[in-house]
Design a protein around this ligand. Structure first.
Ligand code: PRP
Ligand code: URA
Length: 209
């Protein structure tokens, strides 16, 4: 699929396998989510624009590349997407952070919006939407729709695990955005959970049930 990238670096695969283990506790789970986000961000941001700027080294003045223009916006989908934010901020500390609050209805699995705030101006920024789980794709489609409605244009969606159904739905709804995932799992179960997956990402990050 055009604009869909599977980031299957061995370090990412290894860390995802530890995430999947139900014996992995909250503290380690949280650290791994952040580390994976940083590794994924390193690859996903390789097209950030650069511009030469003048810098004085101890030896002489030179022109040297720095990140150009308006910096990044990281937009986590609450709650679980929050766990990935610090991993991206470790790479681009000047990034602004927006929030999109969505929860899935347990019966219909449709997303419901409860909070949205984006950094302004959003139009000129590269926007990285984070959510560890792309399941039915409903939350991701809604989040990207909201960002576009507010003027966002250059959008990257980053998930750690995706179901084939969610990947297809997001790509078909928003073929212009770049989608990155660490692994495409087998399927969704009848409760729209990813199998084998890692369970409920929000609960495992925040220690809730
Ligand atoms: C989870 C997950 C995604 C969404 C994915 O969030 O973090 O946002 O489900 O499912 P979808 O692709 O079928 O929309 P959840 O709604 O459980 O909220 P939480 O992060 O607050 O626990
Ligand atoms: N949300 C999760 O946290 N996990 C899933 O498997 C599906 C949706």
């Amino acid at each position: 699929m055009k604009n869909v990238t599977i980031l299957d670096h061995p370090l990412i695969q290894h860390k995802i396998s530890i995430l999947r283990n139900k014996a992995t506790g909250t503290n380690e789970f949280r650290s791994l989510i952040e580390e994976i986000a940083m590794l994924m961000g390193y690859e996903a941001l390789r097209d950030l624009p650069l511009e030469d700027q003048e810098v004085e080294t101890p030896m002489e003045t030179c022109m040297t590349p720095m990140l150009a223009g308006k910096k990044l916006a990281v937009v986590p989908i609450l709650r679980a997407g929050l766990g990935m934010v610090n991993g991206i901020l470790a790479l681009v500390p000047s990034a602004k952070v927006g929030h999109i609050g969505l929860y899935r209805d347990e019966k219909t699995h449709e997303p419901h919006e409860y909070y949205c705030k984006l950094p302004t101006p959003i139009e000129l920024r590269t926007i990285v939407v984070t959510d560890p789980m792309l399941a039915t794709g409903g939350s991701a489609v809604e989040a990207v729709h909201f960002i576009k409605k507010h003027g966002g244009r250059s959008i990257k969606f980053m998930s750690i695990i995706a179901a084939p159904e969610g990947l297809k739905r997001l790509h078909e709804a928003h073929p212009d955005i770049q989608i990155y995932t660490g692994h495409v799992d087998r399927c969704l179960n009848e409760d729209a959970y990813i199998c084998p997956g890692l369970g409920d990402a929000g609960d495992r990050i925040f220690g809730t049930r």
